[in-house]
Design a protein around this ligand. Structure first.
Ligand code: X8Z
Ligand code: ZN
Length: 630
């Protein structure tokens, strides 16, 4: 053996022992790290519990005292999170073998807004609170009686938008809402944008867009969504063409055959769901509707009864009854004591035993029954993952949390509604089935471009791609291009309409709903197969007929998925129920296939134009005045 060989052997042996030494060090550190996290966990639960209580108090009773308490606790917790993030720098967690530990540390190192210095953190919270309070406090004078000025978004404006068929009245309320809920928040919104960017940079992201997108733990998520929208666009265009053509019969000159649909005629303040125009546009109007609102009223349904119906459905899938505290502490009806509150429905985890609650100004309608199911999905997610470490007590990604309740609601098929006595003497033939799918598409398909454009818009602002002067223009350009709808009146550069949507005012990321509306069909299909309610290999089996009620198999798989929380990357959660690890639109497309075929045929027969001209003009009020003078 020559000298060189001896040196090489020595190098190999030394390297082996030093790797072993490192391994041993890492293992020892992992033991210390686990002890650190165990201790921290109780403190995190306590702090989050205290913060949630303060947020709940503000949400259900907006006043300066509750705002002050909420801000003080948020500031205190932000400082604590900063200290914790400093402490964890002492742990070399990226080198750990234990994936679970690594992931807990990774979550703990995300500071979000807490990364801001104390004064800026306060400024940012003040701006968001101010926008939320403004939204909650809007009161509008009645169209017919301008001295009666106590109309609010929920329930009055929502009801009027749903029911009125008078374009002038609808235009009045639409304009009032956007003028009062949007424009006055412009300054706060600009503060929010500035500090959001600073926080993103402190978190090592280029902007708030990247910070939001990182929650999906997949660098290709934007590209995947682009592909999914390519797949869905033909169905949306057919639906849009059919609706526009049908509404023209009702509203005449207000609608142009190849133009944008004026959004105040679509039954919803943001035109995010068009189900209330079902009655004017039904494919087969002689068939009975599956909207059971009237029957719910006739049977004296109350909010409590709607929530009990929801609970019973979840229980039928092997989930437990809701804790007594849920019933005692939730807010399921709009209080009539005059206090200001946020009526937008929400579900709350108090990180404390089983303290979970819903806040919803429930109306007795089928739409609100869907919302009850939706919110309960959040609640059962909270309950299933409650034994996970605090940092994993969250959805597999934000879209999962939004999807669960909707998966259950998809089982509210006509057959199910008959079973629970809400639908009577319903005859189900091919025409009735087209009506059913059409009604669902007005909720689910219409929503997708709306939701996507909302966050594409915010991303572009976060990324600094839009000049402040163009903030409003850009918003409408993107909404128009995505959905083929337009505001009922000219909006100007001086207006600021985006915060007239709750999630923009309240800084809630919205891509979660896009992901949810795709995933929910995928998860629904998976549970339907498990329940033996759907056979993908049989041409007689129809996905939209499936009802997973009382299926222990579906329930157990869902429970297993929910109990993972955020502890594993989301493909693992998806795989449990669907066997797939990728988000796919194929289940949604399959669900609506019979409708898509029908729409294509019908639109051809009627000559309905497909697509829309992008005739949205960006103007300032000064431009407008000049134009008028010339
Ligand atoms: O905000 C909600 C839920 C609460 S997480 C009621 N949703 C979105 C909205 O109302 O804009 C549900 C679907 C879309
Ligand atoms: Zn939700």
């Amino acid at each position: 053996m020559n000298k060189n060989s001896i040196a090489i052997i020595c190098l190999i042996v030394c390297a082996f022992y030093s790797v072993q030494g490192v391994d041993q060090n890492i293992e020892e550190e992992e033991i210390r790290a686990r002890a650190f996290l165990d201790e921290l966990n109780d403190e995190l639960n306590e702090r989050r519990s205290k913060q949630t209580t303060a947020e709940w108090n503000f949400n259900s009773n907006i006043n300066s005292k509750n705002e002050e308490i909420k801000n003080a606790i948020a500031a205190e917790n932000a400082e604590f999170f900063k200290e914790t993030a400093n402490q964890i720098l002492a742990f070399d967690f990226k080198a750990y073998k234990d994936e679970d530990l690594k992931r807990q540390f990774k979550e703990l190192s995300k500071l979000g807004y807490a990364a801001l210095p104390r004064d800026k953190f306060k400024l940012l919270n003040d701006a968001i609170n101010a926008m939320e309070s403004n939204y909650a406090k809007v009161h509008i004078c009645s169209f017919k009686n301008r001295t009666k000025c106590d109309l609010q978004l929920e329930p009055e404006l929502t009801e009027i938008l749903l029911k009125s068929e008078d374009p002038e009245e609808l235009k009045y309320y639409w304009t009032q809402w956007y003028d009062l809920a949007g424009t006055p928040t412009r300054q706060d919104f600009e503060t929010y944008l500035r500090l959001n960017k600073e926080a993103a940079v402190l978190n090592n992201f280029t902007s708030g867009a990247e910070m939001w997108l990182s929650e999906y733990e997949d660098d290709t998520i934007e590209a995947q969504l682009e592909n999914i929208f390519e797949e869905i666009r033909p169905l949306y265009q057919q639906l849009h063409a059919y609706v526009r053509h049908s509404l023209k019969q009702k509203y005449g000159d207000l609608i142009h055959e190849d133009g944008l649909i004026p959004m105040h005629l679509l039954g919803n303040m943001w035109a995010q769901s068009w189900d209330s125009i079902y009655k004017h546009t039904t494919p087969y109007p002689n068939k009975k509707s599956t909207d059971v609102t009237e029957e719910m009223i006739a049977q004296n349904y109350t909010p409590f009864k709607m929530f009990k119906l929801g609970e019973q459905f979840y229980e039928s899938l092997n989930m437990s009854a809701l804790p007594q505290s849920f019933w005692e502490r939730s807010l399921i009806e709009k209080p009539i004591d005059g206090r200001e509150l946020i009526c937008h429905a929400s579900a709350w985890d108090f990180y404390n035993e089983s303290d979970v609650r819903i806040s919803q100004c429930t109306r007795i309608t089928m739409d609100d029954l869907y919302t009850v199911f939706h919110e309960m999905g959040h609640i059962y997610y909270f309950l299933q993952y409650k034994d996970q470490p605090n940092v994993f007590r969250d959805g597999a990604n934000p879209g999962f949390h939004e999807a669960i309740g909707d998966v259950f609601a998809l089982s509210l098929t006509p057959k199910h509604l008959e079973k629970i006595g809400l639908l009577k003497s319903y005859e189900r033939d091919d025409e009735a089935k087209i009506n059913e799918l059409y009604e669902k598409a007005l909720q689910k398909i219409v929503f997708l471009p709306f939701a996507y454009s909302l966050d594409q818009y915010r991303w572009s602002l976060f990324r600094g791609e839009v000049e402040p002067d163009d903030y409003n223009c850009k918003f409408w350009q993107m909404r128009v291009a995505a959905s083929g709808i337009k505001p009922p009146v000219q909006r100007y550069k001086e207006d600021f309409d985006p915060p007239a949507k709750y999630h923009i005012t309240a800084d809630v990321e919205y891509l979660r709903y896009v992901v949810s509306f795709i995933l929910q069909f995928q998860i629904y299909k998976g549970t339907c197969i498990l329940a033996g309610e759907y056979d993908p290999n049989s041409s007689h089996s129809v996905l939209s007929d499936c009802d997973i009620y009382q299926s222990a198999e579906a329930g157990n798989a869902l429970k297993k998925m929910l109990s993972l929380g955020l502890s594993k990357p989301w493909p693992e959660s998806l795989e449990i129920v669907t066997g797939q690890r990728k988000m796919e639109a194929s289940a949604l497309i399959e669900y609506f296939k019979p409708l898509q075929d029908w729409l294509e045929k019908r639109n051809k027969e009627t000559g309905a134009h497909i697509g829309w001209d992008l005739d949205y003009e960006c103007l300032s009020k000064a431009d407008m005045e000049r134009n008028e003078q010339n």
